[in-house]
Design a protein around this ligand. Structure first.
Ligand code: DAT
Ligand code: MG
Length: 151
């Protein structure tokens, strides 16, 4: 089976609210493999590249201001089916519609402060991982628990 990559980011509200550990924990407990992690102040140009598909939307300028308003925590997680599964763990874009048990369902109330980003396809997972991390910043490793997660 194909091992995919997803780019997960704790947005500035998640960092300011002290939710970094809580959010990392949910992916870690699920059993995905962490291959990249850093606290990072995102420059405007990178935010614009990351959200280029949303350019022209009425909320785009405030979205760029929000993402660049303070440090974010950038992560890459790997695994079979990681992209779609991470989206399920994160929940709907609007936290009021996100199911309880999801990150946004449990921890947020507004679309403009929805605490976390997750890639929406395996292609975008690879694209965003390469956009946010330089070569050499990602670690290839084998977790000791690997044989206890997958037969
Ligand atoms: P998601 O983050 O669930 O993949 P998206 O890719 O459609 O959602 O949009 C990216 C971000 O843009 C989203 O997390 C919050 C913001 N956003 C989207 N739709 C919005 C809206 N209608 N009003 C305000 N912000 C919005
Ligand atoms: Mg999206």
């Amino acid at each position: 089976e194909q091992v995919d990559q997803t780019y997960i980011m704790v947005k500035p509200d998640g960092v300011q609210r002290g939710l970094v550990g809580e959010i990392i924990s949910r992916f870690e407990r699920k059993g995905f493999k962490l291959t990249g992690l850093k606290l990072f102040q995102c420059p405007k140009e990178l935010a614009e590249e990351h959200y280029k598909d949303l350019k022209g939307k009425p909320f785009y300028p405030t979205l760029i201001d929000y993402i660049t308003s303070g440090p974010v925590v950038c992560m890459v997680w790997e695994g079979v089916g990681v992209v779609a599964s991470a989206r399920k763990l994160i929940g709907s874009t609007n936290p009021l519609q996100a199911e309880p048990g999801t990150i946004r369902g449990d921890l947020a109330v507004q679309t403009g402060r929805n605490v976390v980003h997750g890639s929406d396809s395996p292609e975008n997972g690879r694209r965003e991982a390469a956009l946010w991390f330089k070569e050499g910043e990602l670690c290839e490793w084998t977790p000791a628990q690997a044989p206890w997660l997958m037969e």
